[in-house]
Design a protein around this ligand. Structure first.
Ligand code: NAD
Ligand code: DAO
Ligand code: ZN
Length: 369
């Protein structure tokens, strides 16, 4: 079938809106009509060429929501008409990783997903007979896409696509890092580096679990007002702090934070986030994705003296199990998504979303089809 898609032909170039051919679902696959998709920093990262896994030409996008149109043979958990959120971290419930209960990093289709193809090794997308790669197993910058059954979370049918698409990445990554990865306790002191589409969700996750002091760190002063609305109690602009920000944050938290989160992708800030943790128990979670080849550093004594350094992918969430629950939280008014969606646009304007993100003017832009 013909589908309308934003195609990434090469790194550094704008996306082009084109009619692309999409083959129907094969065994274990599902054809989904995408109704809305968010544009995340990670799409920009891949488009920039900094992503070592980036392949071109590709259809980017990993933060979508839509409706099942057709299922391939052997698909049992979904049927046409079901509302779904595609998952770049699938949940097969059968692989060693899923069965371990120690991680959300299902490996069932990892190698093919990383190569931009479906589990059978081929792409469903093509343009004039030339293969176009899938992206993160989701490719939501198209009005129709094909996704493996194990990479689709079934959600309630009254949830608005243009809001809950954000649960496909940013919301779950931020809130999940607090509740599933770091397991922040009520009364905790939390520092969040970066108050963008991810960091603001860390802030609302911290408020949700009853953190006491929630400090936001960002060089963009325009982020303060929104972050306070989401639960931030103190704002720190590193540009306004004289000298090293680490002792400043240690003083502010009276000895160091119980939990810190790096939501930018800057290796220097990852170090600061670790080192402003409390001696003996402070735990720092890296969420930001750093550029290819970059490395983190600290003095090992930071760890010897009890600080813990860890990372979080997709908030540690098991997508098919946890994403429907997070949709429920939104529908019950327990989390705020609406105020984070700052721009809505048609597919034709998708490059504006990248410009807005680059200029720090948006939190989330959403394309509706
Ligand atoms: P964003 O661009 O919306 O937000 C980044 C924020 O960091 C902005 O508010 C910016 O002003 C601030 N910032 C930039 N440099 C700074 C500095 N030197 N000091 C303080 N603040 C600074 O990005 P986002 O969508 O929130 O994504 C954040 C990171 O998370 C990215 O690296 C993205 O790739 C990554 N990410 C990770 C996962 C995961 O599962 N681990 C999932 C999605 C996104
Ligand atoms: O299992 O090896 C693996 C990779 C899992 C991918 C997790 C991706 C999380 C970070 C990328 C940001 C996504 C928007
Ligand atoms: Zn698995």
């Amino acid at each position: 079938m013909d589908v309308r898609a934003a195609v990434a032909h090469k790194a550094g170039a704008p996306l082009t809106i084109e009619t692309v051919q999409l083959e129907g679902p094969r065994a274990g696959e599902v054809l989904v009509e995408i109704k809305a998709t968010g544009i995340c920093h990670t799409d920009m990262f891949t488009l920039s060429g900094d992503d070592p896994e980036g392949l071109f030409p590709a259809i980017l996008g990993h933060e979508g929501a839509g409706i099942v149109v057709e299922v391939g043979s052997g698909v049992t958990s979904l049927k046409p008409g079901d509302h779904v959120i595609p998952l770049y971290t699938p949940e097969c419930r059968q692989c060693e990783y899923c069965l371990s209960r120690k991680t959300n990093l299902c490996q069932a289709i990892r190698s093919t997903q990383g190569r931009g193809v479906m589990p059978d090794g081929s792409s469903r997308f093509s343009l004039g007979g030339t293969q176009v790669f899938h992206y993160m197993g989701t490719s939501t910058f198209a009005n129709y896409t094909v996704v493996p059954e194990i990479a689709l979370a079934k959600i309630r049918e009254d949830a608005p696509f243009d809001k809950v698409c954000y649960i496909g990445c940013g919301v779950t990554t931020g809130i999940g890092a607090v509740i599933y990865t770091a397991k922040v306790e009520p009364g905790s002191t939390v520092v969040v580096f970066g108050l963008g589409g991810i960091g603001l969700n860390v802030i609302q996750g911290a408020r949700m679990v009853g953190a006491n002091m929630i400090i936001g760190v960002d060089i963009n002063p325009a982020r303060e007002e929104l972050a306070r609305k989401f639960g931030m109690t103190h704002f720190v602009n590193p540009k306004e702090v004289e000298g090293d920000i680490v002792p400043y944050l240690v003083d502010l938290t009276r000895g160091g934070a119980d939990y810190t989160f790096e939501c930018i992708g800057n290796v220097n800030l990852m170090r600061q986030a670790l080192e402003c943790c409390h001696k003996g128990w402070g735990k720092s979670t890296i969420i930001g994705v750093a550029g290819a080849g970059q490395e983190i550093a600290t003095r090992p004594f930071q760890l010897v003296t009890g600080r813990v350094w860890q990372g979080s992918a997709f908030g540690g969430a098991r997508g098919r199990t946890d994403v429907p629950k997070i949709v429920e939280w939104y529908m019950e008014g327990k989390i705020n998504i609406d105020d984070l969606i700052t721009h809505v646009m048609p597919l034709e304007k998708i490059n504006d979303a990248f410009d807005l993100m680059h200029e720090g003017k948006s939190i989330r832009s959403v394309v509706t089809f």
